[in-house]
Design a protein around this ligand. Structure first.
Ligand SMILES: Nc1ncnc2c1ncn2[C@@H]1O[C@H](COP(=O)(O)OP(=O)(O)O)[C@@H](O)[C@H]1O
Ligand SMILES: [Mg+2]
Length: 231
């Protein structure tokens, strides 16, 4: 469904992504792993259209999206949860979710109940300001805001970063339920390899902007992890 072919991305003259080739199949959870600074966030931003490709191509379904702007990609069904969450702190939880509706392809103006089933805490806090939620609740809100648009691909950038263990478990369960529905694929950037191993169907490991290992998560061995991920 998502096909990235030989992607090269730069910040100014800094060559960040080098010939990245990757695929995400419908409904699949793909984990992108790698140490700090290797280019994981840059890749997700590129998939969302926030950074231009200098060389290479990107396709989504039957569409060539290599040069498509972010709102076009959102309308095609790509949802994005940035690293650090970036919810609207001065808007209420409900208003944050309403913002997410704008990317819906069917023009629906109500929020699906399933979003609250995934994250019940949000239903209790609909009138609270986003900025007053805990970090873990904000992360859940950020994921929910992306889900209300009913994406066919959800980009998740380090959803467990700086979050307490109980909420990490809730997020893990939510991703598991998303996978079960089979209608939303997930491209998950994750540093905790246990989290990735528990959830993912396949994995990619990145080093200095290049993919250096990939395969089925079931075949991800400690050896591979030690070679590429531990310090
Ligand atoms: N806005 C930016 N301008 C210039 N360089 C950047 C910018 N953002 C990130 N970088 C550089 O790009 C590289 C990859 O960063 P990033 O994609 O955030 O890595 P990761 O998400 O894997 O930690 C790093 O070397 C980082 O310093
Ligand atoms: Mg990052």
């Amino acid at each position: 469904m998502l096909k990235i072919d030989g992607l090269n991305v730069y910040y100014g003259e800094s060559h960040i992504l080098r010939d990245v080739t990757m695929e995400v199949a419908p409904g699949e959870v793909v984990c992108l792993m790698g140490r700090n600074g290797v280019g994981k966030t840059t890749l997700l931003k590129s998939v969302m259209g926030l950074l231009p490709a200098r060389r290479g191509a990107m396709g989504y379904g039957d569409e060539d999206i290599t040069t498509a702007p972010p709102h076009v990609r959102a309308k095609l069904g790509i949802g994005y949860v940035p690293q650090g969450r970036e919810i609207f702190g001065s808007l209420t939880v409900h208003e944050n979710l309403i913002v997410g509706l704008q990317a819906r392809r069917d023009g629906q103006t109500t929020i699906n109940e399933e979003v609250y089933e995934l994250f019940p805490v949000l239903k209790e806090m609909l009138s609270r300001r986003g900025g007053d939620l805990s970090g873990g609740q904000q992360q859940q809100l950020a994921i929910a805001r992306a889900l209300v648009s009913d994406p066919t691909l959800l980009l998740l950038d380090e959803p467990t970063e700086g979050i307490q263990p109980s909420i990490i478990l809730e997020i893990e369960q939510a991703i598991r339920r998303i996978r079960k529905t089979g209608t939303t694929a997930v491209l998950l950037v994750e540093q905790y390899f246990e989290f990735a191993k528990n959830l993912g169907d396949s994995y990619y490991i990145m080093q200095r902007g290049s993919i250096v290992a990939q395969g089925d998560t079931a075949d991800l061995t400690d050896e591979i992890v030690h070679a590429h991920l531990t310090v």
